[in-house]
Design a binder for this molecule. Structure first.
Ligand code: FES
Ligand code: FES
Length: 213
């Protein structure tokens, strides 16, 4: 029995000893990581000049700053929303040189001299952009979080159709696409609305498209 007890103690001792060795061997790694963190080089900064909503904005940003963060944190244009920060929800959509992009997927320093339009630049409460007015009229939002991105995207979608850019549901790659609900739905599919205001958004877009026709 004693032998068994000794054997048990011995096994326990091995396990405890093994854990201690593992813990001790991890210490140098932790120290190395901590030391490395303390000696990290300062972030590299770069100047960039953007044309935002018609005004030149000169910034000095960490080169890793996304366009979304530059707009929200450096320029305090918080109309553009951060949903996923991974290019999956469309909440951060802005117009760059007339084309919509997910501003979370691009770096601010890549846009030297670019013309950027955010929801604040499309219209003002006193002078709404027709798409903003149509979203209000047709209840194209509930919580409103996705709405700035939806509106920027919707404006660009009508321009894309007008320019003849085909989509996945266009019947032809060469003929000009028609402004149909299917075309609009397909092109807006990158803008997610967790409130589910989709049908009202299409109604709003339809009204603007008809007014333009
Ligand atoms: S925050 Fe950019 S796509 Fe979601
Ligand atoms: S209105 Fe709430 S997420 Fe679209």
């Amino acid at each position: 029995m004693e032998t068994t007890g000794d054997a048990e103690i011995s096994r326990r001792g091995i396990i405890v000893g093994g854990a201690a060795v593992a813990a001790l061997s991890a210490v140098p790694d932790v120290q190395a990581a901590t030391q490395a963190a303390g000696t990290q080089p300062a972030p590299s900064l770069m100047k960039v000049s953007l044309q935002v909503n018609g005004k030149r904005r000169d910034l000095q940003v960490d080169t890793r700053t996304t366009l979304l963060d530059a707009l929200r944190e450096n320029l305090h244009l918080t109309g553009t929303k951060k949903g996923c920060d991974h290019g999956q929800c469309g909440a951060c959509t802005v117009l760059v040189d007339g084309q919509r992009i997910n501003s979370c997927l691009t770096l601010a320093v890549m846009h030297e001299g670019d013309k950027i339009v955010t929801i604040e630049g499309l219209g003002t409460p006193d002078k709404l952009h027709p798409m903003q007015a149509a979203f209000i009229k047709h209840d194209g939002y509930q919580c409103g979080y996705c709405t700035p991105g939806q509106i920027c995207s919707a404006v660009a979608v009508l321009d894309e159709i007008k320019a003849g850019t085909p989509s996945h549901v266009s019947a032809s790659l060469t003929d000009k696409p028609a402004i149909t609900a299917d075309e609009m739905r397909e092109r807006m599919s990158g803008n997610i609305c967790r409130c589910g205001a989709y049908s009202n958004i299409i109604e709003a877009m339809n009204e603007v498209a008809e007014a333009r026709a």
